[in-house]
Design a protein around this ligand. Structure first.
Ligand SMILES: [Mg+2]
Ligand SMILES: [Zn+2]
Length: 207
């Protein structure tokens, strides 16, 4: 069966969410309240990020040092090889930042197409949302509309994710592998999802 794989980055490919790590390391008082509004989907990713960045005290070098501490999922390499061997395209869809994805993929030697928000740094950080979808109005990078655009016609769509920004595309996927908040959401909404702890489980369930 032909499949198109869509994979979240933060907390799914990486063990720790890089946006959460950035906020914990660099943001001053007040970010929790902003984040709560975002988790309830009351403010958009763009608004959440730009308000949070106002509280940041950090440079790009600080960010690189932080990213050096981020590890990736132990099964991800085997998963990528499996997809290559079977000619299943893999796309990374992220409501995080291009800078972080680029840095970490390079460090671990992966070359994969990804779609994410742009991290702009001019004395301070700013977000730029190239893949915003007006119909959705919340995601910075709307994974749902990217999925519609990127799915190979006639193929089964498979989504792998862990968080709030994955709830938007989950209901539109043929098959969902989920952990964390995405799994909770799927259970609550009655969206069929296979629970995973890592890509080791994804591979096991695929074969
Ligand atoms: Mg995530
Ligand atoms: Zn969306």
């Amino acid at each position: 069966m032909k499949r198109t794989f869509f994979v979240d980055f933060d907390g799914t490919i990486t063990k720790r969410d890089t946006s959460e790590a950035m906020v914990a390391a660099f943001a001053g008082e007040g970010w929790q309240q902003i984040n709560e509004l975002w988790e309830k989907r009351e403010i958009s990713t763009e608004e959440c990020a730009n308000r949070t960045f106002k509280l940041f005290r950090a440079t790009l070098d600080d960010l690189r040092n932080l990213l050096d501490t981020i590890e990736i999922d132990e099964g991800f390499g085997s998963f990528v090889n499996y997809c290559k061997k079977n000619s299943h395209p893999v796309y990374i869809l992220s409501d995080g930042y291009d800078f972080c994805i680029e840095y970490i993929l390079k460090k671990y030697g992966f070359k994969l197409p990804y779609f994410a928000n742009k991290l702009v740094y001019e004395k301070e950080f700013r977000i730029s949302c190239t893949y915003y979808n007006q119909e959705c109005g919340l995601c910075g990078t709307c994974k749902r509309s990217l999925m519609e655009r990127l799915t190979v016609p006639g193929s089964q769509t498979v989504y792998v994710g862990d968080g709030i920004s994955d709830t938007c595309p989950a209901g539109y996927s043929n098959l969902v592998f989920a952990k964390g908040k995405l799994l909770e959401y799927c259970l609550a909404e009655g969206i069929p999802a296979l629970p995973i702890a890592s890509f080791v489980d994804v591979l096991e369930k695929l074969s």
